[in-house]
Design a binder for this molecule. Structure first.
Ligand SMILES: [Zn+2]
Length: 334
């Protein structure tokens, strides 16, 4: 009798422990899903900062594809945990880990259609730092700023830009769409990428965009724009760079022209767009305040029905971004 009783109590005890373990595990999983989110870094050397500001002390340089646990969001900053460290990362350098799964995306392949996490092999280009400036914003700002350091010439802080004559797409929408694709493409090739804006509802002047590129330590600044003309027959891509006689930035003229030429070649090869060449331009505030080689790429004419239809096409936009990235690769390889 006593042996049977012990076996009975033993079975009951095992049963209770098993239920407790299952409940415990279930409870833990539920808590993790409800309160935390896994995100991954989409650039190399993503700064983990002590506070939610570009001025915040850098705690750690996160590698590309690092998995972080996000616990809160404050404006453009996410509060995250990484290997026991807690800090803030700018949300433009992270993506939802669940969005595209954790499968590696190799060079030449594209990320999931969701545009989520891009996890890539180690950097192949030495982690060069690139600033992308998607031209314009939802609303222009006609208040003025100096056309260059020390200049008495005052120009509008930022203009409204052009728009697609047939697509109805605004230039600021096109430049950000291509800018985000370019950021992902460059990050997948090992670059560290900064963007002057990641939404339309901002007010960042052309001078401030140049100063931002300097502040983040960019080695080059790539400014994305599209053209407009009163003649709908005019089509093709061109690039703008300062001339050697630019009164503000003659020192970056040669490299800016080289950068512009390389980007334009890569872009036209990938898209089939007509190549209208590199034009010297010393009137652009956003170039005259630059401290690193800079190029404005006018990706096509939104007033031309063919250019407009092509550039409004998301599949074509991927080729645009790839071509610009090819040009940037060629610039750093030269
Ligand atoms: Zn523009």
């Amino acid at each position: 009798m006593s042996v049977r009783k012990n076996v009975f109590y033993g079975i009951i005890a095992v049963f209770i422990i098993a239920v407790a373990v299952l409940l415990g595990a279930g409870g833990t999983l539920y808590k993790a899903h409800a309160e935390e989110k896994k995100v991954v870094t989409t650039g190399t050397n993503v700064r983990l900062r002590e506070s939610a500001s570009l001025e915040g002390e850098i705690l750690y340089n996160l590698p590309l594809g690092a998995t972080l646990t996000e616990t809160a969001r404050i404006g453009e900053w996410a509060l995250v945990n990484f290997n026991g460290m807690q800090g803030f990362v700018n949300t433009q350098f992270i993506a939802d880990a669940g969005a595209a799964g954790s499968a590696a995306v190799l060079p030449g392949q594209t990320a999931g259609a969701s545009g989520g996490a891009v996890v890539t092999p180690p950097p192949q280009t030495g982690g060069h730092i690139v600033c992308i400036d998607p031209g314009h914003q939802a609303k222009g700002d006609n208040r003025t700023e100096p056309n260059g350091p020390g200049s008495g010439v005052m120009k509008a802080r930022v203009t409204g830009g052009t728009h697609g004559s047939t697509s109805g797409l605004y230039e600021y929408q096109l430049t950000l769409a291509v800018g985000e694709l370019l950021r992902n493409e460059l990050a997948s090739r090992g670059y560290t990428v900064y963007m002057t804006r990641t939404s339309h509802d901002v007010n960042v002047s052309n001078m401030e965009r140049a100063q931002y590129a300097t502040a983040v330590g960019a080695e080059i600044s790539v400014r994305l724009h599209a053209n407009g003309s009163t003649n709908p027959g005019v089509s093709g891509a061109l690039a703008l760079a300062p001339s050697a006689s630019n009164p503000y930035v003659p020192g970056i003229a040669a490299k800016s022209q080289s950068l512009s030429s390389k980007i334009l070649s890569g872009y036209c090869a990938a898209t089939g767009m007509g190549n209208k060449g590199v034009q010297a331009n010393d009137t652009m505030t956003g170039m005259n305040w630059c401290t690193m080689p800079v190029s404005i790429i006018e990706m096509g004419f939104m007033t031309n029905p063919s250019d407009d239809a092509n550039m409004a096409n998301p599949e074509f936009q991927k080729r645009m971004a790839k071509g610009i990235a090819d040009g940037i690769d060629a610039y750093f390889a030269s």
